[in-house]
Design a protein around this ligand. Structure first.
Ligand SMILES: [Zn+2]
Length: 164
């Protein structure tokens, strides 16, 4: 048993104590990863702490968290794909209609490479619940995106003042 030390985070004397053999479960969106045999220091006063750098606790805990992030992105990607197919839209149409941006943005969302913006997820879920709103979405989306809405004309003639 290592003896308590002053907490270097909050300064409380003898508050930093060592723990080992701890098991923690990280969860997100109903998915869980259990990490066993963790050791480190934690403060009884401020609750802060750190993993024992002489063990692989930090690495294993970090890996479990990364795995969960990937799994959660994949789950959301699968959901986006399911809704898009239900609405009979291609990835390109979905981007043009709902989000704008690069043409392969949606395939990256569906593959779980990138988390879609919250507003886009919300729109997709709304259309999942109320698919008849897709027609309204198409109408309301007209002119909502200024990108591509500009036209450019070269004026060869100098502008003449109109005499009135
Ligand atoms: Zn502390």
């Amino acid at each position: 048993m290592k003896k308590n030390e002053r907490c270097y985070i909050c300064g409380a004397p003898d508050a930093l104590s060592y723990f080992e053999g701890r098991s923690e479960t990280i969860s997100v969106k109903g998915m869980e990863r259990r990490v066993d045999n963790l050791s480190g220091w934690e403060c009884e006063v401020c609750g802060d702490g750190f993993w024992d750098p002489d063990t692989d606790s930090a690495d294993r805990y970090g890996e479990a968290g990364d795995e969960l992030v990937l799994a959660a992105r994949k789950m959301i990607g699968t959901e986006m794909k399911r809704i898009r197919r239900k609405l009979h839209l291609t990835q390109k149409e979905t981007v043009q209609l709902l989000s704008g941006g690069g043409h392969n943005a949606f395939s990256r969302y569906e593959r779980g490479e990138v988390l879609p913006p919250k507003a886009l997820m919300l729109l997709m879920r709304l259309l999942d619940r109320y698919p008849h709103l897709l027609a309204d979405t198409k109408v309301l989306g007209e002119g909502a995106d200024l990108r591509g809405a500009f036209t450019y004309t070269v004026n060869n003639k100098p502008e003449t003042l109109k005499a009135s």
